[in-house]
Structure formats: structure tokens, C-alpha cells
Write a protein that binds this ligand. Structure first.
Ligand code: ADP
Length: 510
């Protein structure tokens, strides 16, 4: 207080002014529970303007029944001059005259007269209704969160900006084999195998530094690590929440073990089907193939018997002829050998093995089998293969299977045609792709087939299975390519296949 300023007032007036200005409710009660006085904030809380307007029996009548006993006990303790520790704050619910209820945090202080005898008590209180409501709401949302964590079918893991786990759902407990109690506060990297295990702290730091999202909102298929050390495939989606200046990350995890197993089983089944279809293609080619191999064998036999005759007649003077006969035998046996080798590769049941291959070479190799017997049927084959078409990342046998299938279909479609022109072309196409086109001048696609050409079991052939084109499409789509058919302007059909060139393809694979 500044000495130069004095206020001309007595202590009573001064205290009354303090009480009137206090935001807290203050009341004085005598030892008979009679209310002696109450400040303006207290009267306002009860909903009256003047002390005289207080309802009968105040303050006890204003207190909600379940709280009256608490009030009495606290008051009696104050009257006994209960020490400060015993006069702990306590809560009362009061009913204002307008029917509103307020939750008050109160304290009693004993009030002694000049002789030191305690005749009453001062009660101070503040309204904590809003604070309690906020607390209830927070408790409610935390129990909602807990029930979500318990019920959410996917495993859910929440971490803070240091990678420490702050929540671990019931499904996460089941999936990873850890109890929430043993994993809370530990680094989430224990749920992942190397190399992410060591790098994960760095990922979070990088994100907090740069804001660049590598997984948040994108989702990834990664690997998880169970308590027993099992590593398993998971789909991870990460969300982010800013709470005050804290950053939390929520990870939703779906176990992909079953899905991957089914995929592998499906792939194996599909591999079996493709293999069966190759065997059946070879079966239908059997007699043409026998003929194709028989030709060089017959030629070899002829050349060798001519050579033997020359030896009988004496080598002298016949050397050039003898040399030529042997040379021809060698190339004919290589020709037969090539057919047999291609056949063996084609029917082998190997793992799918994608490599960088020259598509031009691949198509030329496929022609060895695909065109077996074609010339005998009066078919003219025109090829337009650009040797510079670049490479594709493909499975050799599967792509050959597609080619052989399309070539055999084209040959069959031309059985009744007067003009039998088979065209095979390999060219670069826009979008860093290669286009393989196989055209024929055959019957054209039956209008009934148009919509279901690539569906399994769709066939117009008496002995046909209708699997060839559906397998072709499966193979091409597995290579991220496209296949379709269109009418050939002079009559017949063109099948076009587009595959990504190797460079682009590999970028996608990485
Ligand atoms: P399949 O040869 O056993 O019938 P595909 O799936 O290979 O099975 O062919 C399905 C159908 O598509 C054939 O039955 C035929 O009607 C039609 N088709 C396929 N290729 C041609 C083609 N080049 N010209 C006309 N129709 C074709």
C-alpha cells in the first residue's frame, strides 16, 4: 500500500468492499447452522439479489440432499477448531432458486470471537461445474478411445514423435503377441524387422523436419515382427494427429499372411493351368511336330547315305561334295535339335522367372513352335520384326505361350480361307511400349464371341477348351501389359499386345 494514499474508511466498510468484489462465494454461518451473511457472488450463485430474498432454511435447504451430510461433518469439524489439514476442500451440489444446479468446491474456516471461542464458520466456495463437465467429457472420450481400441478389428498402434508407443489395441496385442502393458512407452521399431527397425527413428525425424510424407496417408505393404520373432506381411496405413504441440501417429495394421498364402496358392494353381494348357497345345501339335522333326532327320539320312556312297566310290575328287553332305547334315541336325529344345523348354514346368529379354528374339523363337505345319497348310507368313525394339522384363516361356496360342488360333481361323496370310510384327509403340501384332485373313471373330473372347471356356471349336485366350490375358496383365483383338481390314483378325519396355518396367518394379 502506498503511504501517500489514504482511504477514509473504517475496517468494516473496507472488508465489506472486499467481500463484494470477490469472485468466490463467501458466507458466514453461526453454530446453529444459521446463515449470518453472504457476499454478492454467493447471492448471485443462488439466484437472488438481496440477503433477505434467500429461501427459508438456507444454506442447508439449498444443498442437494446427498451432500448435506458432508456439509454437516465439515462444518462440525470447523466448529471443533479442526486443524487446517482436516479442513480439506469438499464438494457440494447446490440448487439455485432458478432450478439450476452448481457443483461447488468449498472450504470452512472457524470463526472465533474476541475471547477465542468458536461461534461459527466462514465458508468459501467456487463453482467447478464447468471444470467437472470438461473432465467428464475428457474421461468419456478417453473411455470411448479405449472402447475403440478394444473393439477395432484391425490392429492399431499409436506412437508419439519419438516413436514411443502410447496405445496398443486389443487386436494389436493378439497380432503381435505383446500385452499393451509391456509395450507402452517402448519404441515401435520392436514391431518391425531390419532394415526398417534401425531406420525408423530416422523416418520420423525426417518427416518432422521436412514434412515429406512417405507413408502417411499413402499406406504400404511392409513386414511386421511378432514377439516370438516371426516376420509376417502387413498392410500399414498411418495417420497423423496434432494435439497441442505434440504429434501423434496412428498406425492401422492388417495382417496379410492369409492373403499372401492364398495369392501364392492361386499363383501355383494358375501356373498348373498354364502348364496344362501348354501341354495340350503341344498335344494338338504332335503330328505336325513329328513331321517337322522328321524332315531334317530324313534329310540327314539322305546326306549321310550319299556320303557313304561317295566313300565306297573313293574319296578322291569327291571331297567338295562329301564336305557339303556333311555340312548339310550338321545344319539339319541343329535344326531338329532346335525344335526339340524349344519343345522341352515349352513343356517344362518351371518357376515364373522374369528376365530382361529381347522381345524380337522371343517372338522369333516362338515362331519355331507356333508355325509348325503352317507352310504345309498353304499359309504365307510375313514378318516385320524390328530388331531394335528394345527389351522387355518378362517370363520367356509365358510370353512364348501367348505367341504360340495366338499363332495357332490364327492358323486354325484360316483353315477355310482362300487367302491365307499370317502377319507377325514387333514394333516400338508410344508410351515406352512395344507392340506385337498377329494378323490373319481368317474367319474373323464370331460376333457371338466378341464380348467374351477372353473369358475362360468361351470357344466356337468342337474340341476347343476356350482357355487359350483367357490364359493369354492373364499372362499379359501379369506383365502389366494389354491385349485386345480387332478386325483385320482385308478380313480376318488382328491381335495386338502392348508390353512396357524394360527400362520403364524396371523403374516400376523397384
Ligand atoms: P479355343 O482355341 O480352345 O477355342 P481360345 O481361348 O484360344 O480357345 O479361343 C476362344 C475363341 O476365340 C475361339 O474358339 C474362336 O472362336 C475365337 N478366336 C480366337 N482366335 C481367333 C482368330 N484368330 N480368328 C477368329 N476367331 C478367333
Amino acid at each position: 500500500m502506498r503511504e501517500s494514499v489514504t482511504i477514509d474508511t473504517d475496517r468494516q466498510t473496507y472488508l465489506e468492499a472486499v467481500l463484494a468484489a470477490l469472485p468466490e462465494c463467501v458466507a458466514i454461518v453461526d453454530r446453529n447452522f444459521e446463515l449470518i451473511d453472504m457476499n454478492q457472488a454467493g447471492l448471485a450463485k443462488i439466484g437472488v439479489d438481496r440477503f433477505e430474498d434467500l429461501p427459508e432454511g438456507a444454506p442447508l435447504s439449498l444443498i442437494s440432499k446427498p451432500y448435506r451430510r458432508i456439509y454437516r461433518e465439515a462444518f462440525e469439524s470447523a466448529l471443533r477448531g479442526g486443524d487446517q489439514e482436516k479442513n480439506l476442500p469438499f464438494r457440494l451440489q447446490i440448487n439455485a432458486v432458478d432450478g439450476a444446479t452448481h457443483l461447488l468446491e468449498c472450504r470452512f474456516a472457524p470463526l472465533a470471537d474476541k475471547a477465542g471461542i468458536i461461534n461459527g464458520a466462514v465458508i468459501t466456495s467456487r463453482d467447478i461445474s464447468e471444470w467437472q463437465d470438461a473432465l467428464d467429457a475428457a474421461e468419456q472420450s478417453s473411455s470411448i478411445l479405449e472402447s475403440i481400441l478394444a473393439a477395432v478389428p484391425n490392429a492399431m498402434v499409436v506412437i508419439d514423435e519419438h516413436g514411443h508407443i502410447t496405445s496398443f489395441s486389443a487386436a494389436a496385442e493378439k497380432l503381435f503377441g505383446y500385452q499393451e502393458s509391456e509395450i507402452l512407452g517402448r519404441n515401435v521399431n520392436m514391431l518391425m524387422p531390419a532394415p526398417h527397425q534401425d531406420a525408423h527413428d530416422g523416418y520420423i525425424q525426417r518427416y518432422l523436419r521436412t514434412g515429406e510424407k512417405h507413408i502417411i496417408g499413402i499406406g504400404r505393404t511392409v513386414e511386421g515382427r511378432k514377439k516370438d520373432g516371426t516376420i509376417f506381411p502387413i498392410r500399414l496405413e498411418v495417420g497423423e494427429a496434432q494435439i497441442g504441440d505434440r504429434c501423434l501417429f496412428t498406425g492401422f495394421i492388417v495382417d496379410l499372411t492369409e492373403q499372401k498364402r492364398t495369392e501364392a496358392e492361386l499363383q501355383a494353381l494358375q501356373g498348373d493351368l498354364m502348364h496344362a494348357s501348354r501341354l495340350s497345345a503341344v498335344g494338338s501339335l504332335a503330328s505336325a511336330l513329328a513331321h517337322e522333326v522328321n524332315q531334317p532327320l530324313t534329310a540327314i539320312a539322305n546326306y549321310l547315305s550319299a556320303a557313304r556312297d561317295m566313300l565306297d566310290q573313293g574319296v578322291e575328287g569327291n571331297e567338295p561334295l562329301l564336305y557339303e553332305a556333311l555340312q548339310e547334315s550338321v545344319s539339319e541336325s541343329l535344326r531338329a535339335g532346335t525344335i526339340v529344345r524349344r519343345l522341352r523348354e515349352f513343356v517344362a514346368k518351371g518357376e515364373i522367372n522374369r528376365q530382361i529379354l529381347s522381345i524380337a528374339q522371343l517372338v522369333e523363337d516362338a515362331m519355331t513352335l507356333g508355325l509348325v505345319g503352317a507352310y504345309d497348310k498353304g499359309i504365307t507368313c510375313t514378318t516385320n520384326i524390328d530388331p531394335d525394339t528394345n527389351h522387355v522384363f518378362a517370363d520367356r516361356v509365358q510370353i512364348q505361350q501367348v505367341m504360340v496360342n495366338l499363332m495357332r488360333n490364327a492358323i486354325e481361323a484360316m483353315a477355310g480361307s482362300a487367302d491365307k496370310q499370317l502377319g507377325i510384327s514387333v514394333q516400338s509403340a508410344p508410351g515406352k511400349r512395344v507392340e506385337i501384332a498377329i494378323s490373319d485373313t481368317g474367319s474373323g471373330i464370331d460376333p457371338e464371341m466378341a464380348d467374351k473372347l477372353f473369358h475362360p471356356f468361351a470357344t466356337t471349336k468342337g474340341g476347343g477348351m476356350g482357355l487359350g485366350l483367357s490364359i493369354c490375358r492373364t499372362i499379359i496383365e501379369a506383365h502389366e501389359g494389354t491385349i485386345y483383338a480387332e478386325p483385320n481390314p482385308p478380313g480376318g483378325t488382328i491381335f495386338r499386345i502392348f508390353l512396357l519396355k524394360a527400362a520403364e518396367e524396371q523403374l516400376n518394379v523397384e
